[in-house]
Design a protein around this ligand. Structure first.
Ligand SMILES: [Zn+2]
Length: 130
């Protein structure tokens, strides 16, 4: 679908360039102006199509990333393409900011509980999981 409209614009661009070569020989200001407008409109469409294709590719990557995420024991994990489990990632950072922040196993003071806890600690927000 994306590639189809890009190849359609490219085909139109090629035809317009061939037409321009043919019409350059015609001494008619109106035709020259219309050809210039056609080439300009197609150049804008080509640029916009390329930008849209880039945006769609980024969004597809984000969807794939979200689809590979799963929640287990209070933390997120991700399945890689070869079905390897990657993680854990901080639940708080992902839920609030969409960030996949790795955690490390360690000991940290938990202010809410006013005690030290051992578990997976987020490198960014320092939440203790597990
Ligand atoms: Zn975090």
């Amino acid at each position: 679908m994306v590639a189809e409209y890009i190849s359609g614009i490219k085909a139109a661009w090629d035809v317009a360039k061939a037409l321009k070569v043919a019409t350059d020989a015609i001494d008619d200001a109106h035709i020259k102006l219309q050809m210039a407008e056609l080439i300009s409109a197609l150049a804008d469409a080509k640029l916009e199509a390329a930008e849209n294709a880039e945006t769609i590719a980024k969004l597809q990557q984000e969807v794939a990333k979200k689809e590979s995420l799963f929640f287990e024991n209070g933390m997120y994990y991700q399945l890689s393409e070869n079905q390897q489990k990657d993680g854990p990632f901080c639940q708080k950072c992902y839920d609030s900011e969409g960030l996949l922040m790795r955690t490390y196993e360690g000991k940290a003071f938990i202010p809410a509980k006013e005690e030290w806890g051992i578990g997976q600690i987020c490198r960014k927000c320092e939440s203790v999981h597990g």
